[in-house]
Design a protein around this ligand. Structure first.
Ligand SMILES: Cc1ncc(COP(=O)(O)O)c(C=O)c1O
Length: 383
């Protein structure tokens, strides 16, 4: 197979060697059900609890504040719907932002149809939301605030600690979708103060289809899936042990190597940004400084569909994306860029390059050498 240059790590990542090695025995050797009382089951039970410890410790949580789920989407759904159910008699107002992932936005849409009132805060041109803005939106009947830790399209890191403090001043529960942040930037739930936090293993070199919800005790949203009573009765269904073990191995590896990874990824990203911005009419989106180490998104004057660039890059074996993975094949403009004030054409034309520690400087050089030609070719065809 031709070697590809994979720079779509915000969409998903390769499973790390350590995570894969940790997972394999749980398919064919230690395949017991953690609910079984025989030795096979009990080995799986121990693996489950060791994994919970690893995930908790990576984000500064207690073990019994971690609930395994099927990923970021489920964690977001559970957190948001759960708090609404729990606090319905206190009020029906929820605050979020216009730049959230659809796992949050569509969930809020559904709640709106059921009588909840939603306020979506509008970001500034960098994708930032301030605590002042949030304070002004909080009402007596606000029951939940859900704001992402880092944006998946432009990479802006939001001031979660301040936003959370503003929520708590008014006694409102704070959830953050940290799917793009966990294992990418230093993150500690106690330092941030958040009540609920969503994460997903496949964004940090773990397997797909597994994630977790952190829920600060004594808060736990009501059970989302009912059945056999797994996860202390809060999330029924036989646990995805191999996936959970892989997630734990990946988060452990990611947090142990975090500073080293950030240094490498940031250096490659800076080189990429510096050179892409040499292309006339190229602009970086998102916050220039408070941004994820690996994510760089660009818009190019005169290019209204980044899909053209993505397809051309693909011909050279370079896998990037236009906007988020979920919107990459959609004809709709990126709701994130639109909210940040970009016009309709720019909102279709966003090229997202997202790096991991597996990317080499040579790969960055290959992108830098191809991209100006691709942009020029697409622009010339338009004329
Ligand atoms: C910010 C954000 N939230 C939620 C999700 C959904 O996570 P999952 O794919 O694990 O359901 C994603 C995935 O792209 C994301 O980027």
């Amino acid at each position: 197979m031709e070697k590809i240059i994979y720079v779509d790590n915000s969409a998903t990542t390769a499973v790390s060697e350590k995570a894969l090695t940790a997972m394999l025995p749980y398919f064919r050797e230690n395949y017991g059900n953690p609910s079984s009382i025989h030795s096979h089951g009990q080995a799986a039970q121990r693996a489950l609890e060791n994994s919970r410890r690893a995930v908790a410790s990576a984000i500064g949580a207690y073990n019994n504040e971690i609930f395994f789920t099927s990923g970021g989407t489920e964690s977001d759904n559970w957190a948001i719907r759960g708090v609404c159910e729990l606090k319905r008699d206190k009020g029906s107002h929820i605050i979020s932002t216009a730049i959230e992932h659809n796992a949050v936005l569509k969930t809020l849409n559904g709640l709106q149809n059921r009588g909840f009132e939603i306020t979506l805060l509008e970001p500034d041109k960098y994708g930032q939301i301030t605590a002042e803005q949030l304070k002004q939106a909080i009402r007596d009947d606000t029951i939940l605030i859900s704001i992402m830790t880092a944006n998946n399209v432009v990479g802006t890191i939001l001031p979660i600690k301040d936003l959370c403090a503003a929520a708590h001043e008014k006694g409102v529960i704070f959830h953050t979708d940290a799917v793009q942040a966990v294992s990418h930037i230093p993150l500690n739930v106690r330092a941030l103060g958040v009540d609920l936090l969503s994460m997903s293993a496949h964004k940090f070199h773990g397997p797909k289809g597994v994630g977790a919800l952190f829920s600060k005790l004594p808060l736990t949203p009501p059970p989302y899936l009912t059945g056999g009573g797994q996860e202390k009765g809060y999330r029924s269904g036989t646990e995805n042990i191999s996936g959970i073990v892989g997630m734990a191995a990946a988060i452990k590896e990611g947090t142990e190597n975090l500073s080293e990874n950030i240094a490498k990824i940031t250096s490659n990203r800076n080189k990429l940004i510096e050179n892409v911005l040499k292309i006339p009419g190229a602009y970086l989106t998102g916050d220039p400084t408070n941004r994820l180490p690996g994510l760089a998104s660009f818009v190019f004057e005169g290019i209204e569909q980044a899909a053209f660039i993505v397809n051309k890059l693909n011909e050279y074996g370079i896998c990037a994306s236009s906007g988020s993975a979920c919107s990459a094949s959609s004809k709709e403009a990126s709701h994130v860029l639109t909210a940040m004030g970009y016009d309709e054409s720019a909102s279709h034309g966003i090229l997202r390059i997202s790096l991991s520690e597996y990317n080499t400087e040579e790969e960055i050089d290959a992108i830098i050498s191809r991209l100006p030609l691709i942009v020029a070719e697409i622009r010339s065809k338009k004329k």
